[in-house]
Design a protein around this ligand. Structure first.
Ligand code: HEC
Ligand code: HEC
Length: 303
C-alpha cells in the first residue's frame, strides 16, 4: 500500500511537472509572437489638425454607426471590459481619451492611424481583437475624421487592467484556433483602393460593409460563419440569397437593423450590433442592402 502511494505520489508529481513545463513552453512560444515588433509598418506623417465641423461629424458617425468603436471602447470611448473568457484570458478595450488611464497622450495622429488601420500599438506591437483587418480599407479622409473626432472627446478617468491572454488562450492561439491579432492577417504594404464616393451604390455599400465589420463577421462573401464567435453565441447568418435574408424586402432589412427584429418577430441576438448599425442613415442602409443583394448566393460554410 505504502509502495502504491509512493508510486502514485510520484506520478502525480511528475504529471504536475509535465503540466508546468507545458504551460511554460506555451508562454515562451506565444510570448515571442506577442512581442513581435511591426517595424515594417511605418507611422504615416499624418496630421489631422483640429478637423472642420463636417469632418468631426463624419468622425463621430463613423465611430458610432459605421465602424462602431463605441461597441467595444464604450459610449464615451473611455474603455471597458471586452470579454472575460476565464481560462482563455481577459481582454479590455483601451480608454481612448486623454483622461487618467487613457492612451491618447501617448499617440501621435500617425500612430493612431497605424493602430486603427494596421492593429499596431504606439510601441509597435500587435493589438488583440481590435478589428483592424476591417478598418484596413478605411480611406484617408475617413481615418483622419475618426482621429480628429477622438481628439475632441472629453477626457474620461478610467484605469483598466491590461489585456491578459491566459494559458489555454495562448495554447489555442499557437494551434491557430484563436485569431488574436488582426495585425498578423493584414498585408500591411498592399496598395489601398480609393474609397468610392458616398452614394446609394453597390460599391459604397461594399465599402461600408467592409469597414463596418459586416464582412468581418458574416464572411467576406457574406455567406455567414459555421460557428459563433464565443461560447453560447449564435453563428453570423448567411446574408446571401441562400439564407433567410434572400426572402427579405429592403423594408425588412431596415426594420431588422432599426428594431432588432426579423420579419418573423424573433430577436437578433448578440454579438449582432444592430442598434449601432441601425444608426446608419437611410442612404447608407440602402447602399449596404444593394451590396447584400449584389453578392452571389453561396451556402453557409460548414466548418
Ligand atoms: C471589436 C472590438 C473593438 C472595436 C470595434 C474597436 N476596438 Fe480599438 N481596441 C480593442 C481592444 C480589445 C483593444 C486593446 C487591445 C490590446 O490590449 O492588445 C483596442 C485598442 C485600440 C487602440 C490602442 C490603445 C492602446 O491601448 O494602446 C486604439 C488607438 C483603438 N483601439 C482605437 C479604436 C478606434 C478608433 C475604433 C473605431 C474605428 C476601435 N478602436 C474599434 C477593441 C476594439
Ligand atoms: C460582431 C459580429 C457582427 C457584425 C459586425 C455584424 N453582424 Fe450581423 N449578425 C451577427 C450574428 C452573430 C447574427 C445572428 C444573430 C442571431 O442568430 O440571432 C447576425 C445576424 C444578422 C442579420 C439577420 C439575418 C437572419 O437571417 O436572421 C442581418 C440582416 C445582419 N446580421 C446584417 C448585418 C449587417 C448589414 C452588418 C454590418 C452593418 C452586420 N450584420 C454586422 C454578427 C455580426
Amino acid at each position: 500500500m505504502r509502495k502504491l502511494l509512493k508510486w502514485t505520489g510520484l506520478s502525480v508529481g511528475s504529471l504536475a511537472l509535465v503540466v508546468v513545463l507545458a504551460v511554460l513552453v506555451v508562454y515562451a512560444a506565444s510570448e515571442v509572437r506577442f512581442r513581435r515588433a511591426y517595424d515594417e509598418v511605418a507611422v504615416a506623417p499624418l496630421r489631422t489638425g483640429q478637423g472642420n465641423p463636417a469632418a468631426l461629424e463624419r468622425g463621430r458617425h463613423l465611430a458610432t454607426a459605421i465602424a462602431k468603436c463605441v461597441d467595444c471602447h464604450g459610449a464615451d470611448l473611455g474603455g471597458k471590459l471586452f470579454m472575460d473568457a476565464g481560462p482563455l484570458g481577459v481582454v479590455y478595450a483601451s480608454n481612448l481619451t486623454a483622461g487618467k488611464g487613457g492612451v491618447l497622450a501617448r499617440y501621435s495622429d500617425g500612430q493612431l492611424e497605424r493602430a486603427i488601420r494596421h492593429g499596431v500599438d504606439a510601441d509597435g506591437h500587435a493589438l488583440a481583437i481590435m478589428p483592424s483587418a476591417d478598418y484596413w480599407a478605411m480611406g484617408d479622409a475617413d481615418v483622419q475624421a475618426v482621429i480628429a473626432y477622438v481628439r475632441t472627446l472629453p477626457p474620461v478617468d478610467r484605469e483598466l487592467p491590461t489585456t491578459n491572454v491566459r494559458a489555454l488562450g495562448r495554447a489555442l492561439y499557437l494551434a491557430g484556433k484563436l485569431p488574436l491579432f488582426p495585425a498578423e492577417h493584414i498585408t500591411h504594404g498592399a496598395p489601398r483602393a480609393e474609397p468610392p464616393a458616398a452614394g446609394v451604390t453597390v460599391e459604397y455599400g461594399q465599402y461600408l460593409a467592409t469597414i463596418g465589420g459586416c464582412r468581418g463577421c458574416h464572411g467576406k462573401d457574406l455567406n455567414g460563419a459555421a460557428e459563433g464567435e464565443g461560447p453560447g453565441m449564435p453563428p453570423a447568418a448567411n446574408l446571401t440569397a441562400a439564407g433567410e435574408v434572400g426572402k427579405w424586402t429592403e423594408q425588412d432589412f431596415f426594420n431588422a437593423l432599426r428594431t432588432g427584429k426579423r420579419p418573423n418577430g424573433t430577436a437578433l441576438r448578440p454579438p449582432m450590433p444592430w442598434a449601432l448599425s441601425g444608426l446608419m442613415t437611410d442612404d447608407e442602409m440602402r447602399a449596404v442592402w444593394l451590396y447584400i443583394r449584389s453578392v452571389p448566393a453561396r451556402p453557409t460554410p460548414t466548418e
